[in-house]
Write a protein that binds this ligand. Sequence first.
Ligand code: NAG
Ligand code: NAG
Length: 311
Amino acid sequence: MGTLRIPLPYYTSALALVFLIGVKWPDQGWSCPPECICFNLQVNCQSRGLDNVPDSVPLTTRELILSKNYFKEIPPLEISYLHDLVYLDCSHNMIEMDGESSFPAAEKLIYLDLSFNHLTIISSHTFSELHRLVFLNISSNRLITKIMEDAFTPTRLLRSIDASFCGFDSLSVKTVDHLHNLHILGIKGNPLDCNCTFLELCSWLRNTFAVMDTKPRIKLIDSDEITCKKPAKLEGWQIFKAEDEVHHECLLHVKIMDLVILGLITFCIFIGGTVVAGMIGMTTVIYHHPVMKVGDESDEEEEYKIYASNI
Ligand SMILES: *[C@@H]1O[C@H](CO)[C@@H](O)[C@H](O)[C@H]1NC(C)=O
Ligand SMILES: *[C@@H]1O[C@H](CO)[C@@H](O)[C@H](O)[C@H]1NC(C)=O
């Protein structure tokens, strides 16, 4: 006859659960930081003059809005506790990241707005802990001078990158061409150097547009407003207009380089030939000298014979 026996471990876990639900749950519901406004799973701390993330952000928060404050950094520990965080708006702060540090780990983060901050370099470290990231906005970080080629290697799911109004003069094709989900790219307002290297990005962008006529893979944000800063004669030119100009110069450049290389090769062959010919000549002279002597002797002998026969 079965009497229901609950093993002790289950019993304790059940008790723990009751404790959690009974005590912890309401506690979390009520723990909205006094500086912020909480609604459903959103915590909004916008424009509160904060220089630190409030410590009592509920652990179940899905959306966190920290924009328009004075943050210099985002505390890693607090963010990593927010296991359900999918949306984080840190725009209009003073966050500094120089390519050495990583943005705090948020394993489920999909949307990150870092526009209007003080980032300087985007490297493979910067977003290395955000593997689920889909939307990234780093626009208006005037101090960003470089986006490294491997900057987005850890964030392969990226669909949208807005890097408008930063301070970089070049962007390698390798930075973006491995992002197979990329749909939106913003690079306007950067001091772009429209040189031969830049041409690669232009043709990549063109090809990416052309893949599907009806539905281009990538939408360039305000493509008409993407302009060159350098060289001086192309300043203010829309990139695709400048492309033709640059194209000719780069072709010419290639031709001149070809000629120079060809000239060098010819010169080397000429010098090499001269040296080899000279060495062959010298060896011949050295080795043949005794022979010549022998010849000389035989000549004398001959002359002697002729002389003798004449006597
Ligand atoms: C990125 O942020 C800027 C400024 O906050 C905003 O104007 C822009 O629309 C955002 N870009 C995207 C793609 O949402
Ligand atoms: C093109 O410009 C960028 C940025 O100024 C520079 O890093 C790169 O070396 C240049 N490439 C060539 C071929 O001059």
